[in-house]
Design a protein around this ligand. Structure first.
Ligand code: GLV
Ligand code: GLV
Length: 331
């Protein structure tokens, strides 16, 4: 019999249809919030699964999934998967790096600019009918060009943001990362490695682009925020749990930080009500990679990964893009 695969959310029908050539496919017809027990029930029958960041899969969900051999994540971040638990069972886990790098860097830069120049705050004000006369000191923000850009987590997306800042906006680029980048990449990004303290103290605009793990949870906490300039902005396009949102709300409310741009939230889709109440926060609903072309490329890569990992079809010779290390040790 053909292997069975579970597709947890609607993707592009024409792309998902390629799975039909190789598998019996059980694909969600509509956006679904799967309870953990329902995920386990689907995996019980499956040889492979195509999932998104919504689905958390760990030891409990695969305990009774004897046939499961591959889990293909549609997305680059994979903190929703317990990769160690999957690997311990010999299950291949894959993600979709590279294809979303530039699109996500675009969104990061857009959010940074909206945050620095108070774009959405200005629109809310205008729509509320508050704009009665042009005045000299309305909505004064922070400059982006020529300022110091700080990047925490210098993976592919971080490098894309660095290049935009350095080449497009004449920014001085500092970064902090587990390891120093090769010299060629550093010079292409015009980026300088600094320690965490220097990054926090010197950045005019700090962007978070590092993987989330228990080790990086709340890496931006009250102590970190206290080191930042009161005129600085903070932009997070990685995972909400990197930031202590209550400490961030405290800093923003007290004027100890100018503004924040957030595409991700610790309890998303719920947003901390204290952040919602603040004027100086730009909020977007986790749309970093959300261009049509890139979402199609992500779905295509995830489908290719699943086909290759299950050893099917003409692409069976191409290796999938497996997550090789520990979830905390690779980006
Ligand atoms: C989305 O957040 C992703 O990790 O691709
Ligand atoms: C992933 O984290 C990347 O930066 O590509």
């Amino acid at each position: 019999a053909r292997p069975r695969v579970w597709v947890s959310q609607p993707l592009f029908d024409d792309i998902v249809a390629r799975l039909d050539e190789h598998f019996r496919v059980d694909a969600a017809r509509e956006v679904t919030a799967w309870p953990q027990a329902a995920i386990a029930a689907r995996l019980r029958e499956a040889d492979g699964a195509l999932v998104t960041l919504n689905e958390r899969i760990g030891a409990d969900e695969i305990a009774d999934a004897p046939r499961l051999r591959a889990v293909a994540n549609v997305g680059v971040g994979y903190n929703n998967l317990d990769v160690d638990a999957l690997h311990a069972r010999g299950i291949v886990a894959t993600n979709t790096p590279d294809v979303l790098t530039e699109t996500t860097a675009d969104l990061g830069f857009a959010l940074l600019m909206a945050t620095a120049r108070r774009i959405t705050e200005g629109e809310r004000w205008l729509r509320a009918g508050e704009w009665t006369q042009w005045s000299f000191d309305t909505l004064l923000g922070q400059d982006v060009h020529g300022s110091t850009l700080g990047i925490l987590g210098m993976g592919r997306i971080g490098q894309g943001i660095a290049r935009r800042g350095a080449h497009g906006f004449g920014m001085r680029v500092l970064y902090h990362n587990r390891s120093r980048l090769p010299g060629g990449i550093e010079s292409n990004c015009r980026a300088t490695l600094v320690d965490m303290d220097t990054l926090l103290r010197e950045s005019d605009h700090l962007v978070l682009v590092l993987p989330y793990s228990p080790q990086t949870r709340h890496v931006i906490d009250a102590a970190a925020l206290a080191k930042m300039k009161p005129t600085a902005t903070l932009t997070n396009i990685a995972r909400g749990g990197l930031v202590d949102e209550d400490a961030l709300a405290d800093a923003l409310a007290a004027g100890r930080l100018a503004s924040a741009g957030l595409d991700v939230f610790e309890g998303e889709p719920a947003v901390n009500p204290r952040l919602l109440a603040l004027r100086n926060v730009v909020l977007t609903p986790h749309v970093g990679s959300a261009s049509r072309a890139t979402r199609r490329a992500m779905a295509t890569l995830a489908v290719d990964n699943l086909i290759a990992a299950l050893g099917r079809g003409p692409r069976a010779g191409d290796p999938p893009t497996p997550i090789t290390g520990k979830a905390t040790a690779k980006r």
